[in-house]
Design a protein around this ligand. Structure first.
Ligand code: HEC
Ligand code: HEC
Ligand code: HEC
Ligand code: HEC
Length: 284
């Protein structure tokens, strides 16, 4: 009886901690992507692509073909990005009509966030959200990627940055036509402890990492979690930062919070609790 009571109490305590994470922000969820007032149309032009926004810099017949894209991306066509120290070489598409995941998942972001090949448009090149004190103070954190002239210090992205299953560093998942199914003993435990929120691109039936794998450009500081097949966390909206698709709150006041590390473990299984024999779950 006492054991059962304490089990119930533990379960309740767990529920309370998770409930404390469920937030309702008062600011617009588009956040930094309100684009200093221009709103959705900064990215999606209802008519004529970049021409409709008065931003076309060349006669690009595919402007706006994908996602009604309203920025000029022609300066990025065919450019090479060597990320992850140079091991992951991505050649960007040469048209918005290319049916590869790096069109909607990379060309789009780089049309504003590239600091090397593309025009910097209206970017201020520093993060918009107030950063917690756990970050340093030596400089403001830039938002332009590759502004030092290369992409070597960027996390691997592109059609060669593939996520697999069953290797020594990967989850015991299965990959079916480019989609990852987290149903092995460890991977399903991880999903119940945190979740699998990332959206991998599908390139020739392999799963690849693009910007929108980790980021959802529509929601900056919250993430809607539905308890079920993608996450075992209680349903609700959780804090995040930087448009990340999963709970990621470096401002969590609990110094033992592991939620930001959990984010990375969605792909880096060998660095997870589940694979290393710990019963630790997501601590908020
Ligand atoms: C900062 C740029 C940006 C802004 C601002 C933006 N979007 Fe998007 N949107 C994107 C990108 C990039 C995609 C393609 C994502 C993909 O396919 O991976 C997209 C996809 C979409 C889609 C199709 C796929 C889906 O997710 O439903 C719709 C509809 C959409 N956006 C509507 C909107 C609306 C409405 C707004 C304003 C409330 C908005 N977007 C603001 C970048 C943006
Ligand atoms: C139309 C231009 C535009 C596009 C396209 C765009 N962004 Fe942004 N983004 C901004 C602006 C403006 C800011 C605010 C910071 C600044 O001015 O440098 C920002 C800030 C951010 C931030 C930092 C937010 C913070 O917490 O401070 C992230 C992360 C980000 N964008 C990711 C993306 C991703 C991923 C994509 C592609 C899906 C994308 N952006 C596409 C304009 C854009
Ligand atoms: C593997 C996941 C992942 C991918 C892929 C990814 N990002 Fe991020 N990004 C993050 C995380 C995590 C952060 C927050 C880092 C932190 O806590 O400081 C971030 C932060 C950012 C920021 C805020 C400034 C900064 O440097 O912290 C920008 C802007 C940004 N990402 C843009 C992009 C763009 C553009 C792409 C594609 C070229 C991209 N990201 C691909 C995970 C990713
Ligand atoms: C969507 C899946 C995914 C997520 C999420 C992810 N990574 Fe990765 N990461 C990869 C892939 C794929 C590679 C390249 C192949 C490999 O090393 O497994 C990689 C490689 C790396 C590398 C080695 C880079 C090099 O130069 O060789 C580091 C370090 C790394 N990731 C750190 C992180 C961190 C930190 C986070 C969280 C902020 C993170 N990753 C989140 C998929 C991911």
């Amino acid at each position: 009886m006492i054991r059962r009571m304490s089990l119930i109490l533990t379960l309740l305590a767990g529920a309370v901690t998770a409930a404390a994470q469920i937030v309702a922000p008062s600011t617009d969820v588009l956040g930094a992507h309100l684009n200093y007032g221009r709103g959705c149309a900064a990215c999606h032009s209802p008519h004529s692509g970049a021409f409709g926004n008065g931003k076309a810099q060349s006669a690009d017949p595919s402007s706006g073909v994908a996602a009604l894209w309203g920025e000029d991306v022609s300066g990025l066509y065919g450019k090479t990005l060597a990320t992850g120290g140079g091991s992951f070489v991505e050649v960007l598409p040469t048209t918005m009509s290319a049916a590869t995941p790096d069109v909607a998942g990379m060309l789009t972001c780089l049309s504003c966030h590239d600091g090397n090949y593309a025009q910097t448009a209206m970017m201020k090149n520093k993060v918009y959200e107030a950063l917690p004190s756990t970050y340093g103070t030596a400089n403001s954190i830039p938002t332009l990627i590759g502004s030092n002239g290369n992409y070597l210090n960027e996390h691997p992205v592109g059609l060669n940055a593939t996520v697999t299953c069953g290797t020594s560093t990967a989850w015991d998942c299965t990959q079916i036509n480019g989609t990852i199914v987290m149903k092995g003993p460890n991977s399903s435990k991880f999903v119940s402890n945190y979740g699998f929120f990332v959206q991998l691109g599908n390139y020739n039936n392999t799963s690849v990492v693009v910007c929108t794998t980790c980021h959802d450009p529509h929601v900056m500081n919250v993430v809607k979690v539905t308890n079920g097949s993608t996450s075992g966390l209680p349903s609700g909206t959780y804090s995040t930062m930087f448009f990340l698709r999963a709970p990621y709150n470096p401002n969590d006041t609990n110094p033992l919070s592991n939620q930001t590390a959990q984010f990375c473990r969605q792909c880096h299984a060998d660095k997870s609790n589940e694979v290393n024999g710990s019963t630790a779950r997501t601590v908020f």
